[in-house]
Ligand binder design. Structure first.
Ligand SMILES: Cc1cc2nc3c(=O)[nH]c(=O)nc-3n(C[C@H](O)[C@H](O)[C@H](O)COP(=O)(O)OP(=O)(O)OC[C@H]3O[C@@H](n4cnc5c(N)ncnc54)[C@H](O)[C@@H]3O)c2cc1C
Length: 520
């Protein structure tokens, strides 16, 4: 039986992102993908929001997506576009790019990484024991893994086989989505009515038109036909515009559900396997990519025995609440797409509020993902929030913070006295960088924050510890997030209590007591 450290069921955006994260962490990872290749029938999702672009930037690949897409202010609530161009990020916008393009770029990226992909094979189930998981495949063969991650979409076989509940809300309406040719010119713009939203959009090839139309009643679960699409268009527009030559017809609903648990023993869920919702607001793909980036380094550290298995509990602890908020937003935005007279009154009222500065910032922070705040306790506002991509000056020249994250390794950024921090017992895992930064510290939504003297940045770009003139709490943060100190390394007491180990720095002094540096 073939063995891998991690098997990922499903090579959509979440599965590919997770595979990249694990490969960067030098973990033996394989994807099992039902499709024969990464060609996706239909354009599907329409883009990425700001924080998802940032996490790709953290790995040095955002430019590949930016080169093929179009940046735009498209985050909206009710009918108000939430312009986020004043947010302090290099990417204060959303990126319009079709999912089939996103998947091609991701597939090219992971093809250059040590990721094994089993195409045209389907995971049928699994059996887990104390040491691993046997993953059953359609051809009767199986793979053995230490961990299995279900990135197999909303109808996840893995979620079901794990017995994980998927509570939420049944569908109340459905949309047909298709790519077709027309004999008549399509109308401009989006139309709203009492059932929902409708629109036709000519695609880049100038020939194909992407059609989205809300059905008058909730459609059946069977595959929709060209005739279904024609009837739905005639009901809304009085014509079907002469639709023909469909290359893709699908149906989606506003079913909204979230996995009750993101982990069952050695089995985890990410992306649509963990949460499904109406695509209003375009949250799904960006959420899945960020799930993967949160999980990847944690799973890698558990597999390599750098950290205890309990680190995986923080995956659900951090990502479940993020999806709760996203689901709430999509349900609200979904309702506000229905413009009967009463809801239209609500839309107008909410739109007016959303255009005010403070609500605009709050809503844009949520939709962009830039306001995500993992609960890592009290402290400096940076704690648990994304590290801004600052322009640093180092002994080796200018550097962006995100450059330091390309290898998905944690960073202790020392902005105080050069050589003033010693993390020798973690030097094999954590990069120590002495740098200067003279600009402002500003976070999206929150605004200006005080300048720290040091910051411990996790591989996913979130801040795990903030130094404000002392190293108080640094030892605990390093141990919590990156495992116990390496025994026998200078400065580390032998056999000491992990949580209280002193590692050559005095947590209570203003001045650090040693100046040994780890690798940059
Ligand atoms: C019609 C439609 C329109 C959408 N529009 C938008 C939008 O505008 N904006 C937006 O953000 N999101 C949109 N979404 C949602 C978005 O496409 C998803 O959120 C996103 O694809 C989730 O990525 P994922 O990797 O979690 O899952 P998926 O993309 O579903 O990937 C799952 C992968 O697993 C594979 N797979 C499934 N079962 C198995 C198995 N048993 N064994 C092996 N492989 C398996 C599948 O072939 C697939 O490649 C839309 C979705 C649909 C269906």
């Amino acid at each position: 039986m073939t063995e891998h450290a991690v098997v990922i069921a499903g090579g959509g955006p979440a599965g590919m992102m997770l595979a990249a994260e694990l490969a960067l962490a030098k973990v033996d990872v394989a994807i099992v993908e039902r499709r024969p290749d990464h060609v996706l029938a239909g354009s599907r999702a329409g883009g990425l929001h700001s924080r998802a672009i940032e996490v790709l930037d953290q790995r040095g690949v955002a430019d590949r997506f930016l080169a093929e897409g179009q940046v735009a202010q498209v985050a909206r609530f009710a009918s108000t576009v939430l312009d986020m161009s004043d947010f302090p990020t290099r990417h204060p916008y959303s990126l319009g790019i079709w999912q089939n393009q996103i998947e091609q770029i991701m597939a090219t990226w992971i093809a250059a990484l040590p990721v094994r992909i089993h195409y045209a094979r389907e995971v049928t189930g699994f059996a887990q024991d104390d040491t691993g998981v046997d993953v059953g495949l359609t051809d009767g063969q199986s793979l053995r893994a230490q961990y299995l991650v279900g990135c197999d979409g909303g109808r996840s076989v893995i979620r079901r086989a794990a017995g994980i509940e998927f509570p939420g809300w049944d569908p109340t309406r459905s949309n047909l989505i298709a790519e077709v040719e027309l004999t008549e010119e399509p109308p401009q713009g989006i139309r709203h009515d009492a059932v929902g939203v409708h629109g036709l959009h000519r695609m880049e090839d100038g020939r194909t038109v992407r059609v989205v139309v809300t059905e008058q009643q909730l459609g059946p679960s069977s595959e929709p036909t060209l005739r279904d699409l024609s009837e739905a268009l005639i009901t809304v527009y009085g014509t079907d515009f002469g639709i023909h030559n469909p290359t893709w017809i699908s149906r989606f609903t506003d079913m909204t559900r979230q996995a009750a648990a993101y982990r069952a023993g050695r089995v985890l869920l990410a992306g649509d396997a963990a949460h499904v919702h109406y695509p209003a607001g375009g949250q799904g793909l960006s959420l899945g990519v960020q799930d993967a980036v949160n999980l990847g380094w944690k799973l890698a550290q558990v597999v390599t025995r750098t950290s205890p298995e309990s680190l995986l509990d923080t995956y659900q602890g951090e990502r479940h609440p993020v999806a709760v908020r996203a689901l709430q937003y999509t349900m609200a935005q979904g309702v506000l797409q229905r413009h009967d007279e009463r809801i239209k009154a609500l839309v107008d009222t909410v739109s007016e509020l959303a255009s005010m500065d403070e609500p605009r910032k709050r809503l844009a922070g949520l939709i962009s993902g830039l306001d995500i705040h993992y609960d890592l306790g009290d402290g400096h506002p940076l704690l648990g929030r994304r590290m801004p991509d600052l322009d640093l000056v180092t002994a080796d020249g200018p550097l962006r913070v995100f450059d330091l994250l390309h290898g998905a390794k944690p960073v202790l950024l020392n902005l105080g006295e050069p050589g003033g921090v010693d993390i020798t017992p973690w030097a094999d895992r954590v990069q120590l960088i002495d740098a200067e930064y003279v600009g402002p510290w500003e976070l999206p939504v929150l605004g200006a924050v005080s300048a720290p003297t040091a910051v411990l940045i996790r591989p996913d770009g979130y801040v795990a510890w903030v130094g404000e003139g002392t190293h108080l709490g640094l030892t605990d943060a390093l141990t919590t997030w990156f495992g116990p100190p390496t025994a026998g390394v200078a400065g580390t007491p032998q056999g000491g209590e992990l949580g209280s180990a002193k590692v050559g720095l005095d947590e209570h002094s203003e001045a650090p007591s040693a100046t040994v540096r780890g690798p940059a």
